[in-house]
Design a binder for this molecule. Structure first.
Ligand code: 16G
Length: 259
């Protein structure tokens, strides 16, 4: 069956539902993609073909297609038509090991690149003062980067550290943890909070996804062996590209659960 036939078969299945036509069409295309009946990179039939075959108006077809483009299911290329969006190879990241972005990607054989969004010394925000234990007269070093693996932007990371630990944020090379390692300040423990977010316009543009799509917001507070907080990083990861995986074990009797 051709891609067009798959969509029309789905549409016939849903035509009893009584939902507005554009929603039925949108759902049919989405179903065809989710079930793998039409795959990443496949061309969608033209607006005119869908309209005439399904006997609905072109305006209705356009509305359904635009919704799916906004949602990242389809992509439109000027002059050549509408296609099923390429599927991202998802990156699986263990939640039990304290590794750096550079190490994580290198282990997978992926090339890493960062685009600097900001780096410098600033007066600390109330949050930074509290987490990093800074007074209002001390400075905070901020390092904000777009992290790119194999040419796909995966995350925006905004790290804050005490300026006493990182007096020259301009001087870190490609890895923050490697730079911290050279002065004996690489963290050994971290607490990470992950929550769902819908990407705002600016972050979505940097991550090359449609505005409003799902992302992961991650806050990492890292510690030295002494218990001192060394890093306070707030990141936004692409929801379609990253899986955080945690291994869970049954705690034995008498074993303490530490936060
Ligand atoms: C990871 C950490 C981030 C840390 C960075 C250092 C998460 C959510 N974040 O991406 O907190 O600053 O690694 O990476 O895992 P780098 O050494 O490559 O600069």
């Amino acid at each position: 069956m051709s891609a067009a036939d798959q969509i029309f078969a789905m549409l016939r299945e849903s035509s009893q539902s009584g939902a507005p036509l554009y929603l039925q069409l949108r759902k049919s295309i989405e179903e065809a993609v989710n079930r793998g009946l039409i795959g990443p990179g496949d061309a969608l039939p033209s607006e005119r073909d869908i309209a005439s075959k399904a006997d609905i108006s072109r305006v209705t077809v356009r509305k359904a297609v635009q919704d799916l483009v906004k949602g990242g299911v389809l992509v439109q290329r000027h002059g050549s038509g509408t296609f099923v969006a390429p599927r991202m190879e998802r990156v699986e990241q263990s939640l039990s090991r304290l590794t750096s972005f550079t190490e994580d990607m290198a282990r997978r054989g992926m090339s890493v690149r960062s685009v600097w969004l900001d780096r410098g010394l600033y007066a600390p925000s109330p949050d930074e003062m509290m987490v990093l234990g800074l007074s209002s007269t001390e400075l905070v070093a901020r390092v904000a980067r777009l992290r790119i693996a194999n040419d796909t932007p995966l995350a925006i990371e905004r790290a804050a550290l005490s300026a006493s630990v990182l007096p020259d944020p301009e001087a870190i090379g490609s890895s923050l943890y490697a730079a911290l390692g050279t002065t004996g300040n690489r963290p050994v423990r971290a607490v990470q909070r992950i929550s769902a977010t819908n990407l705002g316009d600016a972050d979505a543009r940097l991550l090359e996804v449609p505005s409003g799509v799902a992302g992961l917001q991650i806050e990492r507070i890292s510690y030295l062996a002494s218990g001192k907080v060394i890093e306070f990083t707030r990141s936004v990861y692409r929801g379609d590209a990253y899986d955080f995986v945690a291994e869970l074990r049954l705690t034995g009797p008498g074993e303490e659960i530490r936060p």
